[in-house]
Design a protein around this ligand. Structure first.
Ligand SMILES: [Fe+2]
Length: 330
């Protein structure tokens, strides 16, 4: 077990919308960095706050096009682990960051690990936060590290009081080490533990209440898990505290029909957002109000123009919500 970390009240009990909160004691970039160490370069950057509009997950295939064409996209999200080292890839993000707010979305912190968090990983992530000044920083309600081995999947947790205590301790630790509030995302899941007495939506709401972290509500994940487990997606949404919602994810998923009445939905992020997920998104906006929204696409990655089309569609729903009449996009 990792050591428990003392609570930092100002961080741990912070409440309210979003995650655009930088700890006042956040230090300057550690020595040895490039780009952001140049104060002039920092000053030329656009603001860090992520707006309540739709962003796109930035993937390697689109780096050059984004740099060359500077498309009309409100913000970009990247997988944190791809930008923790040196070399040309983080340097590319420095250039993107000059014109766009960004979000760092992690997959390797393993907030559910009973052995605690990796200090070297936290330090690398802190360095990336200082370097890129993201408006949002997020992770998942899952685990994928055990005995220092990294498992390349976001594995589900048993929803128990013991697991809740582990996750709360790890998020407190992360928020203190990173000097800021993080958002925690509901994962897609395909199995449940035999003993898992707390509904996932109650578990997530309680994690937010105890740590002050925000919630990244992945509407596609929510729909996939609800369908696979026979939950009510609308009840799940209704149980989440609206003021804690800092971001929404939208993505496509695959459907595997076994032909015997069983259907499995797989969160592959490889297609356009499905009609049921658009409907649930409109419901989420009615409950949460306008929230920064992201189009995620990770397999069979299409042209950037397709992602921009999907983002426009979400922006229409956001605009409707802002003007007081959320509707389901056509
Ligand atoms: Fe997501």
């Amino acid at each position: 077990m990792g050591q428990a970390t003392a609570l930092t009240p100002a961080l741990s009990r912070r409440s309210g919308r979003g995650g655009n909160t930088q700890h006042p004691s956040a230090p300057a970039l550690p020595g040895g960095g490039r780009g952001p160490g140049d104060e002039g370069e920092r000053q030329r950057r656009t603001q860090s706050a992520v707006p309540s509009r739709t962003g796109i997950g930035l993937r390697f295939q689109h780096h050059r096009e984004v740099l060359e064409t500077r498309p009309d996209v409100a913000w970009f999200e990247v997988h944190s682990e791809n930008y923790l080292g040196g070399g040309p890839t983080p340097a590319t993000l420095d250039r993107v960051r000059r014109d766009y707010p960004i979000s760092l979305h992690g997959v390797a912190l393993s907030l559910g690990s009973a052995e605690g968090l990796s200090e070297p990983h936290l330090a690398r992530l802190r360095h990336a936060i200082d370097r890129f000044e993201p408006g949002l920083v997020s992770e998942h309600l899952s685990w994928n590290v055990v005995d220092h081995a990294y498992l390349a999947d976001l594995l589900p947790l048993p929803m128990t009081e013991e697991a809740l205590a582990v996750v709360v301790r790890n998020i407190d630790h992360a928020q203190t080490a990173l000097g800021r509030r993080i958002l925690v995302e509901n994962p897609s899941s395909y199995l449940r533990y035999r003993y898992s007495p707390i509904p996932e939506w109650e578990f997530l709401a309680e994690v937010s209440r105890r740590t002050g972290c925000g919630i990244l509500c992945d509407v596609n994940n929510l729909f996939v898990s609800a369908s696979n487990h026979g939950w009510s997606a609308r009840d799940y949404l209704a149980a989440l505290p609206p003021t804690a919602i800092g971001e929404i994810h939208l993505a496509g998923h695959a459907v595997r029909d076994f032909g015997d009445g069983r259907v499995l939905r797989i969160d592959d992020h490889g297609s356009r957002v499905g009609a049921e997920v658009w409907e649930l998104y409109a419901e989420a906006l009615r409950r949460f109000g306008p929230v920064p929204t992201l189009i995620e696409w990770d397999t069979d990655i299409p042209p950037l123009a397709t992602l921009i089309e999907e983002a426009r569609r979400a922006d229409e729903a956001l605009a409707d919500e802002i003007h007081g009449h959320a509707t389901i996009p056509a």
